[in-house]
Design a protein around this ligand. Structure first.
Ligand code: PMP
Length: 405
C-alpha cells in the first residue's frame, strides 16, 4: 500500500459537484484542472470592480491594474525559479508558447541541414509547430524512441544527437503515460551538441516544484488552466539574453518602441512578445492559482498524485482484463485499455456513474500508433483527487464488465 499524502481539498472546488449536488469524480485533470474558489473569486474581482486596461491608462484604476498584472508576472517568475520577471512571457497557453518559439527562434535560427529532435510521446502541440517551421526553413525532424515502459529513451538520445541538432523539444511529463523526463540529463545531452532544449511543462507545472536554473533548459512552456488557473493564459520562460535575440512573433500594439511608416522598432522582452491587449483578468487569476498551489507545496502534490496513480495501477492489475500503459512511476496519470471495450464506451458508462475520464488519442496520435491502439482510457489525478475517486472508477469498470459480459 502507498503512503498517499492526504490533501482533502475537495471543498475548495465548486466544480467537483454535479448540478444535483452529488460528488463528481473528475479524473480528467490532465486535460484541464477544476478551479478553487480563490481563483474564481480573483477572476470575478478582476473582471468586476477592479477591471480596466493595463499599461496605458492615466487614471488610477488602470495604474492599479497594471501593478496587479505585473505582480502576476513577478509571482510566476518566483514560482518557477526564474531569475527575473523579464523572463516570463504571457502567452495564450502552451500551444502558443511553442508556436512562438518555433516561429520566432526557429524561423530565425534554423536552416537547411539543421535537425530538430522530438520524441514519440509528444503532444501534437509539440510536434506540429516544429513540422511547420521545418517546412519553412528546410530543417529535418528526428524522433527519439521510448523505453519499453514508456519513458523517453535518454540513452538513445545521448547516442543519436549530433551537431546538426539545433533544438530538442520534449515533454517534461507525458500527458498520456505520466512518464517523467530526466530533464537535467536531456539538457546535458542537448547542450553537449550545442542544441537548445525546450521543455513542454504542461503536466509538470501543476505537479512538480520547478526551478528553471536547476532544470537548465532553454525554453519552458505551460498552460495556466492545468495549474488550477483560467484558460486563455500560459507562460513561456526563457533567459533574457535568448528572448532579446529573438524577433517578434506577432506585431501590434504594446510590443513596440516607436512606430513610423519608414521603420518600427520593438520593445524589449517580454513586451516584444505580448502584442495587443493582454489577458488581464487571466493573469490575475493565474496569480491566485499559483498562490493556492504554492501554499499546498508542489512536492506534496507530486507525492499525492503519484501515490494515487500507483494505487490505481495496482487495483487495475488485479482485474485481469486491463492493459496498463506507461511506467510504474507516473506523475498522476494512468492510461489503460479494457479488453473488448472501446475506451469511448467505457467513458460513456462511467459518465452515468458520475466518473469523468478521458477516452481518445489525447492529442498524441504518434504515441497511439506506437502503442498499437487507436485510443486509450486515461484517468488523471489532481490535488483534489482521493481514494473515493478511485473506488468510483473501479465500480464503474466492474459495471462495464457486466454490461459487456
Ligand atoms: N502539451 C501537453 C503535454 C499537454 O498535456 C497539453 C494539453 N493537453 C498541451 C501541450 C497543450 O496545452 P494547451 O492546449 O493548453 O495549449
Amino acid at each position: 500500500m502507498n503512503d498517499t499524502v492526504i490533501l482533502d481539498r475537495k471543498a475548495d472546488f465548486p466544480g467537483l459537484l454535479t448540478p444535483q449536488g452529488a460528488a463528481w469524480h473528475y479524473l480528467d485533470t490532465a486535460a484541464t484542472a477544476q478551479k478553487p474558489q480563490a481563483v474564481i473569486d480573483a477572476m470575478s474581482r478582476a473582471l468586476g470592480r477592479d477591471y480596466a486596461t493595463v499599461h496605458r491608462g492615466v487614471y488610477a484604476r488602470s495604474a492599479e491594474m497594471t501593478l496587479a498584472y505585473e505582480a502576476a508576472r513577478r509571482r510566476t517568475a518566483q514560482f518557477i525559479g526564474a531569475a527575473s520577471e523579464n523572463e516570463i512571457v504571457f502567452v495564450r497557453g502552451a500551444t502558443e508558447g511553442i508556436n512562438l518559439v518555433a516561429s520566432s527562434w526557429g524561423g530565425a535560427s534554423l536552416k537547411p541541414g539543421d535537425r530538430i529532435m522530438l520524441s514519440v510521446l509528444e503532444h501534437h502541440s509539440n510536434i506540429v509547430p516544429w513540422q511547420m517551421v521545418a517546412e519553412r526553413t528546410g530543417a529535418a525532424i528526428d524522433v527519439c524512441p521510448l523505453t519499453e515502459d514508456g519513458r523517453i529513451d535518454l540513452d538513445w538520445l545521448e547516442a543519436n544527437l549530433t551537431p546538426q541538432h539545433k533544438l530538442v523539444a520534449l515533454a517534461h511529463v507525458s500527458n498520456v503515460l505520466g512518464s517523467i523526463l530526466g530533464a537535467k540529463r536531456a539538457a546535458k545531452a542537448a547542450h553537449g551538441v550545442g542544441a537548445k532544449l525546450l521543455l513542454d511543462g504542461c503536466q509538470a507545472a501543476p505537479r512538480m516544484r520547478l526551478a528553471m536554473a536547476e532544470l537548465d533548459c532553454d525554453f519552458y512552456v505551460f498552460s495556466a488552466h492545468k495549474l488550477y488557473g483560467p484558460t486563455g493564459i500560459g507562460v513561456l520562460w526563457a533567459r533574457e539574453e535568448l528572448l532579446d535575440a529573438m524577433p517578434p512573433y506577432q506585431g501590434g500594439g504594446a510590443m513596440i518602441d516607436r512606430v513610423t511608416f519608414e521603420k518600427t522598432t520593438y520593445a524589449p522582452p517580454p513586451q516584444r512578445f505580448e502584442a495587443g491587449t493582454p489577458m488581464i483578468a487571466e493573469a490575475i487569476a493565474l496569480h491566485a492559482a499559483i498562490d493556492y498551489v504554492d501554499a499546498l507545496d508542489p512536492e506534496r502534490l507530486f507525492e499525492h498524485e503519484s501515490g494515487l496513480a500507483a494505487q490505481l495501477r495496482e487495483e487495475l492489475r488485479q482485474l485481469n482484463s486491463i492493459r496498463l500503459f506507461g511506467p510504474e512511476k507516473s506523475a498522476g496519470i494512468v492510461s489503460f485499455a479494457m479488453e473488448g471495450v472501446h475506451p469511448h464506451d467505457l467513458g460513456t458508462i462511467l459518465d452515468e456513474e458520475n466518473v469523468a475520464i478521458r477516452a481518445g488519442h489525447h492529442c498524441a496520435q504518434p504515441l497511439m500508433d506506437h502503442l498499437g491502439v487507436p485510443a486509450t482510457a486515461r484517468a488523471s489525478f489532481g490535488l483534489y483527487s482521493d481514494e473515493s475517486d478511485i473506488a468510483a472508477l473501479l465500480r464503474g469498470i466492474e459495471r462495464t464488465k457486466r454490461i459487456f459480459g
